[in-house]
Write a protein that binds this ligand. Structure first.
Ligand code: ATP
Length: 535
Protein backbone atom coordinates (compact mmCIF):
# COMPACT_ATOMS: atom_id res chain seq x y z
CA UNK A 1 0.00 0.00 0.00
CA UNK A 2 2.82 2.43 0.97
CA UNK A 3 4.56 1.74 -2.29
CA UNK A 4 1.53 2.64 -4.42
CA UNK A 5 0.82 5.76 -2.34
CA UNK A 6 4.44 6.89 -2.82
CA UNK A 7 4.22 6.14 -6.54
CA UNK A 8 1.02 8.18 -6.83
CA UNK A 9 2.65 10.94 -4.87
CA UNK A 10 5.63 11.12 -7.27
CA UNK A 11 3.31 10.96 -10.28
CA UNK A 12 1.12 13.75 -8.96
CA UNK A 13 4.13 15.89 -7.90
CA UNK A 14 5.45 15.68 -11.46
CA UNK A 15 2.05 16.56 -12.80
CA UNK A 16 1.68 19.50 -10.43
CA UNK A 17 5.20 20.68 -11.37
CA UNK A 18 4.19 20.66 -14.99
CA UNK A 19 0.97 22.54 -14.23
CA UNK A 20 2.97 25.09 -12.25
CA UNK A 21 5.21 25.69 -15.28
CA UNK A 22 2.35 25.83 -17.72
CA UNK A 23 -0.23 27.83 -15.72
CA UNK A 24 1.47 30.29 -13.23
CA UNK A 25 -1.89 32.19 -12.86
CA UNK A 26 -3.63 29.43 -10.88
CA UNK A 27 -0.59 28.63 -8.71
CA UNK A 28 -2.32 29.36 -5.35
CA UNK A 29 -5.14 27.00 -6.17
CA UNK A 30 -2.78 24.19 -7.04
CA UNK A 31 -0.63 24.75 -3.99
CA UNK A 32 -3.73 24.26 -1.91
CA UNK A 33 -4.55 21.06 -3.75
CA UNK A 34 -1.06 19.75 -3.23
CA UNK A 35 -1.22 20.40 0.51
CA UNK A 36 -4.54 18.58 0.63
CA UNK A 37 -3.01 15.65 -1.17
CA UNK A 38 -0.07 15.45 1.26
CA UNK A 39 -2.50 15.60 4.16
CA UNK A 40 -4.48 12.67 2.74
CA UNK A 41 -1.32 10.65 2.31
CA UNK A 42 -0.24 11.26 5.90
CA UNK A 43 -3.69 10.38 7.14
CA UNK A 44 -3.49 6.98 5.42
CA UNK A 45 -0.04 6.39 6.84
CA UNK A 46 -1.22 7.15 10.35
CA UNK A 47 -4.24 4.80 10.03
CA UNK A 48 -1.96 2.05 8.77
CA UNK A 49 0.47 2.48 11.66
CA UNK A 50 -2.35 2.48 14.22
CA UNK A 51 -3.72 -0.78 12.80
CA UNK A 52 -0.28 -2.35 12.87
CA UNK A 53 0.24 -1.41 16.48
CA UNK A 54 -3.18 -2.79 17.35
CA UNK A 55 -2.36 -6.16 15.72
CA UNK A 56 0.97 -6.38 17.53
CA UNK A 57 -0.77 -5.70 20.83
CA UNK A 58 -3.32 -8.48 20.21
CA UNK A 59 -0.52 -10.95 19.40
CA UNK A 60 1.41 -9.98 22.50
CA UNK A 61 -1.70 -10.32 24.60
CA UNK A 62 -2.47 -13.79 23.22
CA UNK A 63 1.09 -14.92 23.83
CA UNK A 64 0.84 -13.87 27.42
CA UNK A 65 -2.54 -15.52 27.98
CA UNK A 66 -2.71 -19.08 26.38
CA UNK A 67 -6.05 -20.75 25.50
CA UNK A 68 -7.57 -23.35 27.88
CA UNK A 69 -6.68 -26.17 25.39
CA UNK A 70 -3.08 -25.08 25.26
CA UNK A 71 -3.01 -24.88 29.03
CA UNK A 72 -4.40 -28.40 29.36
CA UNK A 73 -1.88 -29.78 26.88
CA UNK A 74 0.92 -28.02 28.71
CA UNK A 75 -0.20 -29.53 32.04
CA UNK A 76 -0.45 -33.00 30.52
CA UNK A 77 2.96 -32.87 28.92
CA UNK A 78 4.61 -31.59 32.06
CA UNK A 79 3.20 -34.39 34.26
CA UNK A 80 6.04 -36.56 35.67
CA UNK A 81 4.88 -39.74 33.87
CA UNK A 82 4.84 -38.15 30.44
CA UNK A 83 8.15 -36.45 31.13
CA UNK A 84 9.64 -39.83 32.10
CA UNK A 85 8.19 -41.42 28.95
CA UNK A 86 9.57 -38.69 26.69
CA UNK A 87 12.91 -38.90 28.38
CA UNK A 88 13.08 -42.72 27.91
CA UNK A 89 11.99 -42.32 24.29
CA UNK A 90 14.81 -39.85 23.71
CA UNK A 91 17.38 -42.14 25.31
CA UNK A 92 16.18 -45.18 23.32
CA UNK A 93 16.11 -43.17 20.09
CA UNK A 94 19.66 -42.07 20.61
CA UNK A 95 20.99 -45.64 20.96
CA UNK A 96 21.90 -48.00 18.09
CA UNK A 97 20.51 -51.47 18.57
CA UNK A 98 21.74 -54.53 16.74
CA UNK A 99 21.13 -56.28 14.49
CA UNK A 100 20.42 -53.82 11.71
CA UNK A 101 18.21 -55.84 9.43
CA UNK A 102 18.47 -55.59 5.67
CA UNK A 103 15.59 -53.72 4.03
CA UNK A 104 12.65 -55.88 2.97
CA UNK A 105 12.59 -56.70 -0.73
CA UNK A 106 9.89 -54.83 -2.63
CA UNK A 107 8.10 -57.95 -3.77
CA UNK A 108 7.81 -60.77 -1.29
CA UNK A 109 6.50 -64.07 -2.62
CA UNK A 110 3.26 -65.06 -0.88
CA UNK A 111 4.56 -68.42 0.25
CA UNK A 112 7.74 -66.89 1.72
CA UNK A 113 8.46 -68.44 5.10
CA UNK A 114 8.13 -65.95 7.94
CA UNK A 115 11.36 -65.51 9.91
CA UNK A 116 11.78 -63.99 13.33
CA UNK A 117 15.06 -62.66 14.69
CA UNK A 118 15.23 -62.85 18.46
CA UNK A 119 17.96 -61.24 20.56
CA UNK A 120 18.14 -62.48 24.16
CA UNK A 121 20.49 -60.96 26.74
CA UNK A 122 21.61 -64.11 28.49
CA UNK A 123 23.95 -62.89 31.23
CA UNK A 124 24.99 -66.53 31.69
CA UNK A 125 21.43 -67.66 32.46
CA UNK A 126 20.19 -70.91 30.87
CA UNK A 127 18.00 -70.39 27.77
CA UNK A 128 15.03 -72.23 29.31
CA UNK A 129 14.08 -74.12 26.14
CA UNK A 130 14.63 -77.63 24.81
CA UNK A 131 15.05 -78.69 21.20
CA UNK A 132 14.05 -81.69 19.11
CA UNK A 133 15.10 -82.98 15.72
CA UNK A 134 12.65 -83.93 12.99
CA UNK A 135 13.79 -87.43 12.06
CA UNK A 136 12.68 -87.07 8.42
CA UNK A 137 14.11 -83.65 7.57
CA UNK A 138 16.85 -83.35 10.24
CA UNK A 139 15.54 -79.87 11.14
CA UNK A 140 15.93 -78.60 14.71
CA UNK A 141 12.80 -77.25 16.39
CA UNK A 142 12.12 -75.62 19.74
CA UNK A 143 10.45 -78.50 21.63
CA UNK A 144 9.56 -76.92 24.98
CA UNK A 145 9.79 -73.50 26.55
CA UNK A 146 10.31 -73.85 30.31
CA UNK A 147 7.86 -71.78 32.30
CA UNK A 148 9.53 -68.75 33.90
CA UNK A 149 12.80 -69.32 32.01
CA UNK A 150 14.60 -66.75 29.86
CA UNK A 151 12.90 -67.79 26.61
CA UNK A 152 9.50 -67.84 28.31
CA UNK A 153 9.97 -64.39 29.84
CA UNK A 154 11.04 -62.97 26.49
CA UNK A 155 7.83 -64.30 24.92
CA UNK A 156 9.73 -64.53 21.63
CA UNK A 157 10.54 -68.24 21.31
CA UNK A 158 7.74 -70.78 21.03
CA UNK A 159 7.47 -74.56 20.75
CA UNK A 160 7.37 -75.50 17.07
CA UNK A 161 9.67 -72.67 15.91
CA UNK A 162 12.27 -73.96 13.46
CA UNK A 163 15.76 -72.94 14.57
CA UNK A 164 17.64 -71.59 11.55
CA UNK A 165 20.61 -69.64 12.93
CA UNK A 166 22.29 -69.00 16.30
CA UNK A 167 24.53 -65.94 16.49
CA UNK A 168 24.79 -65.81 12.72
CA UNK A 169 25.77 -69.50 12.33
CA UNK A 170 23.39 -71.80 10.50
CA UNK A 171 22.24 -74.79 12.54
CA UNK A 172 20.37 -76.43 9.66
CA UNK A 173 21.39 -80.07 9.36
CA UNK A 174 23.49 -80.04 12.56
CA UNK A 175 23.33 -82.86 15.09
CA UNK A 176 21.18 -81.94 18.13
CA UNK A 177 24.21 -82.40 20.43
CA UNK A 178 26.13 -79.83 18.39
CA UNK A 179 23.23 -77.36 18.61
CA UNK A 180 22.94 -77.89 22.38
CA UNK A 181 26.68 -77.24 22.66
CA UNK A 182 26.26 -73.94 20.79
CA UNK A 183 23.29 -72.92 22.94
CA UNK A 184 25.04 -73.75 26.22
CA UNK A 185 28.12 -71.84 25.05
CA UNK A 186 26.18 -68.58 24.60
CA UNK A 187 27.23 -66.08 27.24
CA UNK A 188 26.16 -62.41 26.98
CA UNK A 189 23.80 -62.39 24.11
CA UNK A 190 22.03 -64.95 21.91
CA UNK A 191 20.81 -63.97 18.49
CA UNK A 192 18.36 -66.55 17.12
CA UNK A 193 16.80 -66.69 13.70
CA UNK A 194 13.70 -68.86 13.78
CA UNK A 195 11.23 -69.74 11.08
CA UNK A 196 7.68 -69.26 12.26
CA UNK A 197 5.54 -72.31 11.50
CA UNK A 198 2.64 -71.73 9.16
CA UNK A 199 -0.26 -72.63 11.41
CA UNK A 200 -3.00 -72.11 8.87
CA UNK A 201 -4.77 -75.17 7.52
CA UNK A 202 -6.88 -75.51 4.44
CA UNK A 203 -10.31 -77.09 4.67
CA UNK A 204 -13.10 -77.81 2.24
CA UNK A 205 -16.51 -76.88 3.62
CA UNK A 206 -18.87 -79.86 3.65
CA UNK A 207 -21.75 -77.80 5.03
CA UNK A 208 -23.33 -74.38 4.41
CA UNK A 209 -23.04 -71.64 7.02
CA UNK A 210 -24.84 -68.29 7.38
CA UNK A 211 -23.63 -66.27 10.39
CA UNK A 212 -26.61 -63.93 10.22
CA UNK A 213 -28.89 -66.91 10.90
CA UNK A 214 -26.73 -68.26 13.73
CA UNK A 215 -27.90 -67.15 17.16
CA UNK A 216 -24.86 -68.60 18.90
CA UNK A 217 -22.20 -66.52 17.11
CA UNK A 218 -20.77 -63.85 19.45
CA UNK A 219 -20.72 -61.19 16.72
CA UNK A 220 -22.67 -61.96 13.50
CA UNK A 221 -20.95 -59.10 11.64
CA UNK A 222 -17.58 -60.71 12.28
CA UNK A 223 -18.82 -64.06 10.92
CA UNK A 224 -18.01 -65.41 7.45
CA UNK A 225 -20.66 -67.11 5.35
CA UNK A 226 -19.62 -70.08 3.22
CA UNK A 227 -21.24 -72.84 1.25
CA UNK A 228 -20.41 -76.48 0.63
CA UNK A 229 -17.36 -76.95 -1.57
CA UNK A 230 -15.77 -73.59 -0.61
CA UNK A 231 -12.09 -73.76 0.20
CA UNK A 232 -11.33 -72.19 3.59
CA UNK A 233 -7.94 -71.20 4.98
CA UNK A 234 -8.28 -71.46 8.76
CA UNK A 235 -5.77 -69.02 10.22
CA UNK A 236 -6.63 -69.35 13.92
CA UNK A 237 -7.88 -72.44 15.72
CA UNK A 238 -6.90 -71.34 19.21
CA UNK A 239 -10.51 -70.85 20.31
CA UNK A 240 -12.31 -74.14 20.94
CA UNK A 241 -15.58 -72.81 19.56
CA UNK A 242 -14.86 -70.17 16.93
CA UNK A 243 -12.15 -70.39 14.32
CA UNK A 244 -10.96 -67.56 12.11
CA UNK A 245 -10.86 -68.30 8.41
CA UNK A 246 -10.57 -66.78 4.93
CA UNK A 247 -11.94 -68.08 1.66
CA UNK A 248 -9.40 -69.26 -0.91
CA UNK A 249 -8.83 -67.72 -3.39
CA UNK A 250 -9.99 -64.39 -2.03
CA UNK A 251 -9.04 -60.76 -1.95
CA UNK A 252 -9.91 -60.14 1.70
CA UNK A 253 -6.88 -59.86 3.93
CA UNK A 254 -8.94 -60.14 7.11
CA UNK A 255 -10.51 -63.32 8.39
CA UNK A 256 -14.04 -64.01 9.61
CA UNK A 257 -15.43 -66.18 12.40
CA UNK A 258 -16.66 -69.68 11.58
CA UNK A 259 -17.81 -72.42 13.98
CA UNK A 260 -15.00 -74.80 14.94
CA UNK A 261 -15.30 -78.48 13.96
CA UNK A 262 -16.13 -79.17 17.62
CA UNK A 263 -18.89 -76.64 17.57
CA UNK A 264 -20.52 -78.39 14.59
CA UNK A 265 -20.27 -81.73 16.33
CA UNK A 266 -22.00 -80.36 19.42
CA UNK A 267 -24.70 -78.65 17.36
CA UNK A 268 -25.73 -81.26 14.82
CA UNK A 269 -27.41 -79.69 11.84
CA UNK A 270 -30.23 -81.34 9.96
CA UNK A 271 -29.88 -81.46 6.20
CA UNK A 272 -33.13 -81.32 4.35
CA UNK A 273 -33.54 -82.44 0.79
CA UNK A 274 -36.76 -82.04 -1.10
CA UNK A 275 -38.33 -85.05 -2.81
CA UNK A 276 -37.29 -86.04 -6.31
CA UNK A 277 -38.84 -87.57 -9.36
CA UNK A 278 -38.25 -91.11 -10.38
CA UNK A 279 -35.34 -91.58 -12.73
CA UNK A 280 -36.24 -92.65 -16.22
CA UNK A 281 -33.08 -94.68 -16.55
CA UNK A 282 -34.63 -98.14 -16.63
CA UNK A 283 -32.02 -100.45 -15.32
CA UNK A 284 -31.20 -98.15 -12.47
CA UNK A 285 -34.84 -98.15 -11.43
CA UNK A 286 -34.75 -101.86 -10.60
CA UNK A 287 -31.91 -101.44 -8.17
CA UNK A 288 -30.54 -104.74 -6.98
CA UNK A 289 -29.22 -103.05 -3.85
CA UNK A 290 -32.67 -102.55 -2.42
CA UNK A 291 -33.27 -106.27 -2.48
CA UNK A 292 -29.99 -106.94 -0.70
CA UNK A 293 -30.69 -105.02 2.49
CA UNK A 294 -30.45 -108.25 4.52
CA UNK A 295 -26.75 -108.42 3.71
CA UNK A 296 -25.73 -106.25 6.68
CA UNK A 297 -22.10 -105.89 5.73
CA UNK A 298 -23.00 -104.43 2.36
CA UNK A 299 -23.02 -100.79 3.41
CA UNK A 300 -19.57 -99.61 4.46
CA UNK A 301 -19.81 -97.26 7.37
CA UNK A 302 -18.96 -93.67 6.58
CA UNK A 303 -18.88 -90.61 8.72
CA UNK A 304 -18.22 -88.20 5.88
CA UNK A 305 -21.52 -86.39 6.40
CA UNK A 306 -20.68 -85.85 10.05
CA UNK A 307 -17.54 -83.92 9.07
CA UNK A 308 -18.21 -80.21 8.62
CA UNK A 309 -14.76 -79.51 7.24
CA UNK A 310 -12.47 -81.78 5.28
CA UNK A 311 -8.79 -80.94 5.63
CA UNK A 312 -7.22 -80.59 2.18
CA UNK A 313 -3.75 -80.10 0.72
CA UNK A 314 -2.40 -79.42 -2.75
CA UNK A 315 -1.40 -82.58 -4.59
CA UNK A 316 0.61 -82.86 -7.78
CA UNK A 317 0.58 -86.32 -9.33
CA UNK A 318 4.07 -87.66 -9.94
CA UNK A 319 4.75 -89.10 -13.43
CA UNK A 320 5.32 -92.59 -12.02
CA UNK A 321 2.03 -92.55 -10.09
CA UNK A 322 -1.25 -93.98 -11.41
CA UNK A 323 -3.63 -91.50 -12.98
CA UNK A 324 -6.46 -90.22 -10.84
CA UNK A 325 -9.83 -91.90 -11.41
CA UNK A 326 -12.17 -89.59 -13.35
CA UNK A 327 -15.78 -89.77 -12.19
CA UNK A 328 -18.58 -88.22 -14.21
CA UNK A 329 -21.79 -87.52 -12.32
CA UNK A 330 -24.99 -86.18 -13.77
CA UNK A 331 -28.73 -86.57 -13.90
CA UNK A 332 -29.97 -89.52 -15.92
CA UNK A 333 -30.24 -88.47 -19.57
CA UNK A 334 -27.98 -85.42 -19.31
CA UNK A 335 -25.37 -87.07 -21.52
CA UNK A 336 -22.84 -88.55 -19.09
CA UNK A 337 -22.61 -91.80 -21.04
CA UNK A 338 -22.42 -90.01 -24.38
CA UNK A 339 -19.56 -87.80 -23.19
CA UNK A 340 -17.68 -90.74 -21.68
CA UNK A 341 -17.98 -92.76 -24.92
CA UNK A 342 -16.88 -89.77 -27.00
CA UNK A 343 -13.80 -89.17 -24.86
CA UNK A 344 -12.74 -92.80 -25.13
CA UNK A 345 -13.36 -92.83 -28.89
CA UNK A 346 -11.40 -89.59 -29.26
CA UNK A 347 -8.31 -90.99 -27.58
CA UNK A 348 -8.57 -94.74 -26.88
CA UNK A 349 -4.92 -95.05 -25.97
CA UNK A 350 -5.38 -92.53 -23.12
CA UNK A 351 -8.94 -92.99 -21.88
CA UNK A 352 -10.59 -96.27 -21.03
CA UNK A 353 -13.64 -97.46 -19.13
CA UNK A 354 -13.55 -100.45 -16.74
CA UNK A 355 -14.85 -103.78 -18.07
CA UNK A 356 -18.11 -104.54 -16.21
CA UNK A 357 -19.11 -107.84 -14.58
CA UNK A 358 -22.33 -109.66 -15.52
CA UNK A 359 -24.15 -112.85 -14.67
CA UNK A 360 -25.76 -113.11 -18.11
CA UNK A 361 -24.45 -115.76 -20.49
CA UNK A 362 -21.82 -114.82 -23.04
CA UNK A 363 -23.15 -114.14 -26.54
CA UNK A 364 -21.65 -115.01 -29.90
CA UNK A 365 -18.77 -112.76 -30.80
CA UNK A 366 -18.19 -111.67 -27.19
CA UNK A 367 -14.96 -112.39 -25.39
CA UNK A 368 -14.54 -112.84 -21.63
CA UNK A 369 -12.82 -109.79 -20.12
CA UNK A 370 -13.38 -107.65 -23.23
CA UNK A 371 -17.11 -106.75 -23.26
CA UNK A 372 -17.78 -108.17 -19.78
CA UNK A 373 -16.30 -110.31 -17.05
CA UNK A 374 -18.80 -113.20 -17.12
CA UNK A 375 -19.32 -114.54 -13.60
CA UNK A 376 -21.79 -116.76 -11.75
CA UNK A 377 -24.54 -115.29 -9.61
CA UNK A 378 -22.85 -116.73 -6.50
CA UNK A 379 -19.56 -115.05 -7.31
CA UNK A 380 -21.35 -111.78 -8.10
CA UNK A 381 -23.15 -111.87 -4.73
CA UNK A 382 -19.93 -112.72 -2.94
CA UNK A 383 -18.30 -109.65 -4.57
CA UNK A 384 -21.27 -107.48 -3.56
CA UNK A 385 -20.95 -108.52 0.08
CA UNK A 386 -17.22 -107.83 -0.01
CA UNK A 387 -17.76 -104.30 -1.36
CA UNK A 388 -16.04 -105.08 -4.66
CA UNK A 389 -18.60 -103.14 -6.72
CA UNK A 390 -18.72 -99.42 -7.19
CA UNK A 391 -22.15 -99.76 -8.71
CA UNK A 392 -24.37 -102.68 -9.56
CA UNK A 393 -27.93 -103.37 -10.68
CA UNK A 394 -30.30 -105.80 -12.31
CA UNK A 395 -31.78 -105.85 -15.77
CA UNK A 396 -33.96 -108.56 -17.25
CA UNK A 397 -33.04 -110.97 -14.47
CA UNK A 398 -29.27 -110.53 -14.91
CA UNK A 399 -26.87 -108.70 -12.66
CA UNK A 400 -24.42 -106.08 -13.92
CA UNK A 401 -21.76 -104.22 -11.97
CA UNK A 402 -18.60 -102.14 -12.19
CA UNK A 403 -15.94 -103.55 -9.89
CA UNK A 404 -13.21 -101.67 -8.14
CA UNK A 405 -10.70 -104.26 -9.43
CA UNK A 406 -11.70 -103.47 -13.04
CA UNK A 407 -10.92 -99.79 -12.35
CA UNK A 408 -7.54 -100.69 -10.90
CA UNK A 409 -6.82 -102.83 -13.99
CA UNK A 410 -7.23 -99.79 -16.24
CA UNK A 411 -5.12 -97.54 -13.99
CA UNK A 412 -2.36 -100.12 -13.70
CA UNK A 413 -2.10 -100.13 -17.49
CA UNK A 414 -1.21 -96.43 -17.32
CA UNK A 415 -4.53 -95.28 -18.83
CA UNK A 416 -6.97 -92.75 -17.49
CA UNK A 417 -10.05 -94.55 -16.19
CA UNK A 418 -13.36 -92.74 -16.72
CA UNK A 419 -16.53 -93.97 -15.04
CA UNK A 420 -19.99 -92.56 -14.56
CA UNK A 421 -21.71 -93.29 -11.29
CA UNK A 422 -25.35 -93.43 -10.35
CA UNK A 423 -26.76 -89.98 -9.66
CA UNK A 424 -26.20 -89.72 -5.92
CA UNK A 425 -29.65 -88.53 -4.94
CA UNK A 426 -30.88 -91.21 -2.58
CA UNK A 427 -27.47 -92.01 -1.10
CA UNK A 428 -23.93 -90.73 -1.25
CA UNK A 429 -22.58 -94.23 -0.79
CA UNK A 430 -21.04 -94.48 -4.25
CA UNK A 431 -19.06 -91.30 -3.90
CA UNK A 432 -17.85 -92.14 -0.40
CA UNK A 433 -16.89 -95.61 -1.51
CA UNK A 434 -14.70 -94.28 -4.33
CA UNK A 435 -13.06 -91.50 -2.35
CA UNK A 436 -9.89 -93.37 -1.44
CA UNK A 437 -6.17 -92.75 -1.29
CA UNK A 438 -5.40 -95.24 -4.08
CA UNK A 439 -7.97 -93.91 -6.56
CA UNK A 440 -7.79 -90.18 -5.64
CA UNK A 441 -10.92 -89.59 -7.73
CA UNK A 442 -11.54 -86.33 -9.55
CA UNK A 443 -15.27 -85.71 -9.75
CA UNK A 444 -16.79 -83.78 -12.66
CA UNK A 445 -20.44 -82.80 -12.50
CA UNK A 446 -22.18 -82.83 -15.89
CA UNK A 447 -24.80 -80.15 -15.50
CA UNK A 448 -27.98 -79.81 -17.54
CA UNK A 449 -28.25 -76.55 -19.47
CA UNK A 450 -31.38 -74.37 -19.24
CA UNK A 451 -34.73 -75.71 -20.58
CA UNK A 452 -34.57 -73.74 -23.83
CA UNK A 453 -31.08 -75.03 -24.63
CA UNK A 454 -32.19 -78.59 -23.76
CA UNK A 455 -35.11 -78.33 -26.18
CA UNK A 456 -32.86 -77.04 -28.95
CA UNK A 457 -29.87 -79.36 -28.49
CA UNK A 458 -31.85 -82.57 -27.82
CA UNK A 459 -34.24 -82.11 -30.77
CA UNK A 460 -32.93 -85.23 -32.51
CA UNK A 461 -31.57 -87.05 -29.44
CA UNK A 462 -33.11 -90.25 -28.14
CA UNK A 463 -33.38 -91.84 -24.74
CA UNK A 464 -31.94 -95.31 -25.10
CA UNK A 465 -32.18 -97.48 -21.97
CA UNK A 466 -31.14 -101.09 -22.32
CA UNK A 467 -33.24 -102.72 -25.01
CA UNK A 468 -36.58 -101.55 -23.68
CA UNK A 469 -36.71 -97.80 -24.28
CA UNK A 470 -35.71 -95.93 -27.41
CA UNK A 471 -37.69 -92.75 -27.86
CA UNK A 472 -37.41 -89.02 -28.32
CA UNK A 473 -37.18 -86.64 -25.33
CA UNK A 474 -40.50 -85.23 -24.11
CA UNK A 475 -41.23 -81.95 -22.33
CA UNK A 476 -41.58 -83.96 -19.09
CA UNK A 477 -38.15 -85.45 -19.62
CA UNK A 478 -36.63 -81.98 -19.89
CA UNK A 479 -38.37 -80.87 -16.71
CA UNK A 480 -37.25 -83.96 -14.85
CA UNK A 481 -33.72 -83.60 -16.18
CA UNK A 482 -33.42 -80.01 -15.02
CA UNK A 483 -34.96 -80.70 -11.65
CA UNK A 484 -32.76 -83.72 -11.02
CA UNK A 485 -29.65 -81.85 -12.12
CA UNK A 486 -30.37 -79.07 -9.60
CA UNK A 487 -31.04 -81.61 -6.89
CA UNK A 488 -27.79 -83.48 -7.45
CA UNK A 489 -25.84 -80.23 -7.44
CA UNK A 490 -27.54 -79.06 -4.24
CA UNK A 491 -26.81 -82.31 -2.48
CA UNK A 492 -23.32 -83.14 -3.66
CA UNK A 493 -21.51 -79.98 -4.73
CA UNK A 494 -18.99 -80.39 -1.92
CA UNK A 495 -17.64 -83.44 -3.78
CA UNK A 496 -17.36 -81.79 -7.20
CA UNK A 497 -13.93 -80.77 -8.43
CA UNK A 498 -15.29 -79.30 -11.67
CA UNK A 499 -18.57 -78.59 -13.40
CA UNK A 500 -19.24 -78.90 -17.15
CA UNK A 501 -22.54 -77.70 -18.64
CA UNK A 502 -23.53 -80.11 -21.40
CA UNK A 503 -25.13 -77.69 -23.86
CA UNK A 504 -23.23 -78.24 -27.09
CA UNK A 505 -21.88 -81.80 -27.21
CA UNK A 506 -18.69 -80.89 -29.04
CA UNK A 507 -17.86 -77.99 -26.71
CA UNK A 508 -18.62 -80.02 -23.59
CA UNK A 509 -16.35 -82.80 -24.85
CA UNK A 510 -13.45 -80.40 -25.49
CA UNK A 511 -13.94 -78.78 -22.10
CA UNK A 512 -13.91 -82.19 -20.41
CA UNK A 513 -10.68 -83.10 -22.17
CA UNK A 514 -8.87 -80.05 -20.91
CA UNK A 515 -10.24 -80.38 -17.35
CA UNK A 516 -9.08 -84.00 -17.21
CA UNK A 517 -5.59 -83.06 -18.40
CA UNK A 518 -5.39 -80.41 -15.68
CA UNK A 519 -6.65 -82.85 -13.06
CA UNK A 520 -3.87 -85.28 -13.93
CA UNK A 521 -1.00 -82.88 -14.49
CA UNK A 522 -1.57 -79.79 -12.33
CA UNK A 523 -1.68 -79.34 -8.54
CA UNK A 524 -5.14 -79.97 -7.13
CA UNK A 525 -6.68 -79.80 -3.66
CA UNK A 526 -7.32 -83.28 -2.28
CA UNK A 527 -8.20 -84.53 1.24
CA UNK A 528 -5.09 -84.67 3.40
CA UNK A 529 -5.89 -88.27 4.37
CA UNK A 530 -5.33 -89.31 0.74
CA UNK A 531 -1.73 -88.19 1.10
CA UNK A 532 -0.82 -89.99 4.31
CA UNK A 533 -3.39 -92.43 5.65
CA UNK A 534 -3.13 -96.11 4.92
CA UNK A 535 -6.28 -97.64 3.52
N1 ATP B 1 -25.15 -82.05 -25.63
C1 ATP B 1 -25.99 -82.88 -26.25
N2 ATP B 1 -26.62 -82.49 -27.35
C2 ATP B 1 -27.49 -83.32 -27.97
N3 ATP B 1 -27.75 -84.55 -27.56
C3 ATP B 1 -27.13 -85.01 -26.48
C4 ATP B 1 -26.23 -84.20 -25.75
N4 ATP B 1 -25.77 -84.90 -24.71
C5 ATP B 1 -26.36 -86.10 -24.78
N5 ATP B 1 -27.18 -86.18 -25.83
C6 ATP B 1 -28.03 -87.31 -26.20
O1 ATP B 1 -28.95 -87.53 -25.15
C7 ATP B 1 -29.24 -88.92 -25.04
C8 ATP B 1 -28.99 -89.36 -23.62
O2 ATP B 1 -27.60 -89.27 -23.35
P1 ATP B 1 -26.89 -90.38 -22.44
O3 ATP B 1 -27.38 -91.73 -22.76
O4 ATP B 1 -25.45 -90.13 -22.52
O5 ATP B 1 -27.47 -89.95 -21.05
P2 ATP B 1 -26.97 -90.42 -19.65
O6 ATP B 1 -26.70 -89.20 -18.86
O7 ATP B 1 -25.88 -91.38 -19.75
O8 ATP B 1 -28.27 -91.08 -19.07
P3 ATP B 1 -28.54 -92.64 -18.86
O9 ATP B 1 -27.55 -93.08 -17.87
O10 ATP B 1 -29.91 -92.67 -18.39
O11 ATP B 1 -28.33 -93.25 -20.20
C9 ATP B 1 -28.35 -89.63 -26.03
O12 ATP B 1 -29.10 -89.88 -27.17
C10 ATP B 1 -27.27 -88.61 -26.34
O13 ATP B 1 -26.76 -88.76 -27.63
Amino acid sequence: MCWSVAQNHIKHSKMLGRIQQMQPVSFVKYTFLRELYYLKFHLWLIIFLVLLIFQIMVIIQRANCPSPDALELYNLLSSPHIQALLSSHDSVAQCDYLPILPPLPDELPEDEEAMRIVCLVKNNQPLGATIRRDEETGDIYIARVIHGGLADRSGLLHPGDLLVEVNGNSVLGLEPEKVIHILVGLQDKGLFMVSIPNLSDSFKAMVDYYPLQDSSIPCPDAGMAFSRGDLLEVVDQSDAQWWQARKVPCGASFAGLIPSANMWRNTPCCLFWPGFRRSFRLWRRTSYKRRRQSCTSCTPSTNALATPYEEVALYQRLPQENHRLIILIGASGVGVNELRKRLIKLNPSTFQGPVPHTTRPMRDGEQAGREYHFVTKELFEYMVCNHRFVEYGESKGHLYGTSIDAIHDVLKRGRMCIIDVEPPVSSLRNIHFLRSRTLKPYVIFIKAPGPECLRQSRRNARIITGYAVNRAFTEDDFLELEEMSQLIEAKCKQYFDSVVVNDDLQDACMQLCSIIQQAQNEPQWIPVCWLHAEE
